[in-house]
Structures are given as structure tokens and as C-alpha cells.
Design a protein around this ligand. Sequence first.
Ligand code: ATP
Ligand code: MG
Length: 300
Amino acid sequence: MKAKEIIKKARPFAEPFRVDNGKKFHLKDFDPADTIGYKNEGKPKAKEALAEGIQALAELQDKLYAQGQWALLLIFQAMDAAGKDGAIKHVMSGVNPQGCQVFSFKAPSAEDLDHDYLWRCMRCLPNRGHIGIFNRSYYEETLVVRVHPEVLAREKIPSGLVTRHIWAERFEDIRNFERYLSRNGVVIRKFFLNVSRKEQKRRFLERIQNSDKNWKFSAADVAERRHWDEYMEAYEEMIRQTATKAAPWYVVPADNKWFTRAVVAAAVIETLASLGLKYPGVSEGKRKELAAAGRALVKK
Ligand code: ATP
Ligand code: MG
């Protein structure tokens, strides 16, 4: 498939959920159950598009790797049970593992806390030619850290530097960091998997009732639901402050997993296709060398 064709197919899935100018962003304008009209009868079609997309994605990644100039950084943020892990697993299922790395960022270690908060993420940035996935990221520093002030208190930042401007400063630093990366050829796409509180409850109950899913259950996740509204405010502010042309957010409806995966795949595909990737050309000298080697092999 040609890049133009790929983009044409992917765009209707990704475009409605892309936010590249945060100024007028309101979370309430985005429905977690949206499937852009693909009701259940449209589900097989969306799944087919996903399968096709994954094939296209594998081809694009091969070129990304061969060309070795651009890097793609995909950032996933969401409430628990929104389906981050499943989305990452499905969307990346067709890609060559050699050119792709996933990093999960949990509560910071003692070593992490001995550094600035971007430090641990900077160490995991993708090489040129690679796709890097952050399952959670430095954005937690404007989410969980904001909702739980005691987490900020543990960060060992000199007290004079922690003022009421801290969140505005973090957003500014993150915007600047992402602009810096994009100017260096690191393409950034950010995904907020937007699950509803009701669907999260259903998924937690499923984790309790289905023995194969028991291992995923965490009582702490349920306790965190008490802070739902504070998290939603923090997510809204985060997107308002950090959605830019260079590093847009996708506010992906996450109440239907099949749709979430289709949107994420479409966004990744559209992004890669827009880079105009090509296999590296061969110089005249190299062409002669190839021809000579071919002739020698045929003779033997
Ligand atoms: P899963 O539950 O599916 O395994 P997860 O991403 O929820 O995946 P957890 O082991 O539950 O993984 O741990 C992630 C926890 O770490 C989250 O509660 C998150 O808020 C917390 N966390 C991540 N980054 C930071 C940070 N910079 N500061 C404090 N807490 C953080
Ligand atoms: Mg968890």
C-alpha cells in the first residue's frame, strides 16, 4: 500500500481524537464510549482495518529502521484498567522486536529520586530508527504527584524551589523538552486512554470474579478511585498545557477495547506514513560492487 492510501484509511480513526492545540480542550467533549458510528455490527470491519493496519505498520517500521534517522516515541497515560497494556500488545504485535522497546515507569526508585524527574525517562529514549514506548512517563509528575502532595514531598527538591507555580513550571519544562526532541528527529505521539469510571468499575469486578484475571487485581487501584475527579482535572490540565503540533495528544475512547486499539494503530500508522520513509539509496560505487558480487556468485 502507498503512504497516501495508508494515511487515507487511517485518518478517519485517528483524526477525531487528536488534540494539537490544548487551549480550548475540554475533557467533557470526549466520550469514552465513542466508536464513531462503528456499533457492534461494525466491529468486524474495525478489526479487519486493525489487522491490515498492523501489516502496514510492520512495513513502515522496517523502513524507519533501515533509514535510521527518525525515532518514534509513543507515550501512554491512563487510569488503571483503561487498557494500556492490551493496546501496546496488539498494536505492536506485527513489528520487529529489534526495532522496538517498551519501558514501564512505576513509582520512582531511590536512584530515580536522587535525580531530576526527567532523568529516568531520558535514559530510555528510542535510538534513531527505533520505536520507543513509554507505558506511563514523566507525565505522572503532573498526575499522581499532583493528586498526592506527599509524593511531591518525597522528591527531595530544595524547598525554596517548590512554589505554587510548580505545575506551570513542569508543563513549561515538558513542552520545551518535547520541542527539543522533535527538533532532533524524535517524533512524539501521546495517548490518553479515556476510560469511564463506570467501565473501570466493571473491569475491576471482572478481575475479582474471573480467576484468570485475579493477578491483575490491586486493592490500591480501587482505593485510587476516590480521587477520580481530581485525576480527571489533572488530565485535562495536562492536555491543555502540553498538546502541541510537535507533540499532540490523542484522547482515545477506551470503553471499547477493540476501538481503542484501532485508534492507536491508526495514529501510529498515519504518523509513520507522513514521514516519507524510504529505504536508503545505493551509491554508484556500491551498485557496481553489488553487480560484481552477483556475477561472481553466479559463476561459482
Ligand atoms: P499494571 O497495574 O497494569 O501492572 P501499572 O502501570 O498500573 O500497570 P503499577 O505496578 O500498578 O503499574 O504501578 C504504577 C504506579 O506507579 C502507578 O500508581 C503510578 O501512578 C505510579 N507512578 C508512576 N510514575 C510515578 C512517579 N513519577 N511518581 C510517583 N508515582 C509514580
Ligand atoms: Mg496498576
